[in-house]
Design a protein around this ligand. Structure first.
Ligand code: HEM
Length: 552
């Protein structure tokens, strides 16, 4: 009897397996041949399955693979059964500046709870506008000027740490230093909270938890560690994987790493505490972001933001504002230390423009340092801090409308995920000749020949580190201010160079012969987890003799 039922069960299993197999064959054949996107080229696996982009996101190198695929398959590639990536600036503007497109539902992977939205992951356009307007107030130019002295305190601490390292003759890992600076500034800006990441090494505090989850990257050896870097599972890394395909949310990877999961819960608990403490201080205690959002009301419903919503905004701000700016500044250090002519020009400009470190503040003199601005823009181009494809779609409800979504001449069906990959467009030779060379000069060409005018147009239209359109970055002014001040002050007070130690001096760059797209020795290597993680460059700092006193 038992034998009979086992045989029956086996028969059912076989039958079910057969049906599943047929279903997969039918689905994959459809995607391959009859699907509306089947005319677009792309890697075979990507044509039939989202596992293609999930796989390379797990390896944190989807940006490199997207660039490679564009080179193989052309300017429009299919990067998933339902995904198209474009590489032209026409497509960039058609997709991101359209009022009809929206972020895709996989942005919901970044929610901290299913009923809580932040400005970043909010798909409802009305709610998004309210949130964006509120947060933009805290990021206006006038507010940035008010915040500058507080930002300066943190930059001064950054300079002091460089001075300390120079006295000890220690090389400095600039990725680590810049991340600590970036996250400290965001803590102060958002909550008026002094995280003191730059000076603390405590393993007990919120500081450590935030550092571990947001900035941890295994030092120096990370290129070998492309898969699960444990510290990142709690933060942007797994979210980024899920953002490629929301289906991955069923694979609860955190459960494989219970201690990290616990750390992540602790992180939310601490953020909640930070927000509660800030609320208890009252609106006028600090001129920080929270003073703008804590009392703000929805103009239609009159409801205030709930505690959870405030925590949700806070969770987003550390990677959005801290990691991104840190990547830009680290990249500038990397490229200046490897391009002596650019380094000399940048340093001479700053030392000519100012006669003391105290004078260095935002305003016409700093913005008049055009070479510095060109250096920052070139770093943002060659190493975009959010290097991936920011997916958008024409929501399916729009299908009945007469106008299709037209992207660079292609009529795109509603519900198709479309995007332009920042790393790829920034390395498109048509817009940026010699794209892997660090050339700040390309931003300064003022020629009036038709070629020079066309080249300038290309640069302007294709440069999109902050994205474009209604969901583009609202922290751009803050990012430029932080990068310009940090770099100008560092170049005012110090000379810097790569260390003599050959191993250390190579960290941050590519490895000759690497088969995974990291073979360019002079390219700053970023690991894409929506924002970026990276190592190095390691640098030696030497204070200028006559300026040290200011930093004591
Ligand atoms: C170099 C530094 C930065 C870069 C490269 C950068 C880049 C970006 C990009 C590409 C987006 C669009 C994301 C998407 O569409 O999914 C974005 C959005 C955003 N960024 Fe930044 N960002 C930087 C710094 C900052 C800073 C300093 C802040 C604030 C303190 C900030 C706040 C935001 C906010 C609030 C959004 C969401 C806007 C919206 O959805 O309406 N960013 N950023």
């Amino acid at each position: 009897m038992a034998e009979e039922s086992t045989t029956k069960l086996l028969e059912y299993v076989q039958y079910a397996a057969f049906l599943v197999l047929i279903w997969f064959i039918a689905l994959y054949s459809y995607r391959f041949t009859l699907h509306p996107l089947s005319k677009y080229p792309g890697p075979k696996l990507a044509l039939v399955s989202d596992w293609y982009t999930v796989f390379y996101t797990l390896q944190k190198r989807l940006h490199l693979v997207t660039f490679r695929d564009h080179q193989r398959y052309g300017p429009v590639i299919r990067h998933g059964p339902n995904k198209l990536v474009f590489s032209s600036y026409k497509a960039l503007h058609d997709i991101y500046q359209s009022e009809r497109t929206n972020k895709v539902n996989s942005y919901l992977a970044t929610q901290i709870r299913s009923d809580l939205y932040s400005v970043f992951n909010c798909l409802d356009k009305r709610l998004h506008k309210i949130k964006r307007r509120m947060i933009s107030k805290a990021l206006s130019e006038q507010k940035m000027r008010q915040f500058e002295p507080l930002m300066r305190e943190h930059i001064d601490m950054f300079l002091k740490q460089l001075l300390r390292a120079s006295r000890n003759n220690e090389p400095v890992d600039m990725s680590d230093r810049c991340k600590r600076l970036g996250v400290d500034i965001i803590g102060r800006f958002a909550f008026g909270y002094r995280l003191e990441l730059q000076t603390s090494n405590s393993t007990q505090t919120i500081t450590h938890t935030i550092y571990y989850l947001h900035t941890y990257h295994p030092p120096a050896y990370s290129n070998k560690n492309d898969f699960f870097v444990p510290g990142l599972i709690g933060a942007s890394y797994m979210k980024n994987v899920r953002m490629q395909w929301l289906g991955v949310r069923w694979f609860v990877v955190e459960l494989l790493f219970p201690s990290l999961y616990a750390l992540r819960l602790k992180y939310f608990y601490l953020l909640k505490k930070m927000v509660k403490d800030r609320l208890a201080e009252g609106k006028t205690a600090n001129e920080d972001l929270f003073s703008y959002v804590m009392d703000a009301k929805d103009p239609e419903t009159g409801t205030k933001m709930r505690l959870g919503e405030l925590v949700s905004e806070a969770t987003f701000f550390f990677p959005a504002g801290g990691d991104t700016t840190a990547t830009t500044i680290s990249a500038v250090f990397f490229y200046l230390s490897r391009n002596p002519a650019c380094y000399q020009k940048a340093i001479s400009e700053i030392r000519r423009a100012f006669s003391s470190g105290v004078e260095i503040q935002s305003g016409p003199r700093l913005s008049g340092c055009l070479y510095l601005r060109a250096v920052i823009d070139e770093a943002l181009r060659i190493c975009p801090p959010t290097p991936g494809t920011l997916w958008r779609e024409l929501p399916v409800g729009d299908q009945g409308r007469e106008e299709p979504l037209v992207v660079d001449g292609h009529a795109i069906p509603a519900g198709t995920w479309v995007g332009v990959n920042a790393y790829t467009i920034h390395h498109n030779e048509e817009y940026f000749p010699d794209p892997f060379a660090f050339k700040p000069e390309r931003w300064l060409d003022e020629g009036d020949t038709s070629e020079a005018i066309a080249a300038r147009k290309n640069l302007r239209e294709a440069f999109s580190p902050f994205s474009v359109g209604p969901r583009s970055c609202i922290g751009k002014a803050m990012a430029y201010m932080e990068a310009s001040l940090t770099l100008a002050l560092t170049m005012w007070y110090f000379d810097f160079s790569a260390p003599d130690d050959e191993r250390l001096s190579k960290i941050g760059g590519g490895t000759p012969g690497d088969k995974k797209g990291r073979h360019r020795v002079n390219e700053f290597q970023t690991h894409d987890k929506f924002v970026s993680s990276h190592d190095g460059p390691y640098l030696m700092f030497k204070p200028r003799d006559d300026t040290q006193g200011d930093l004591e």
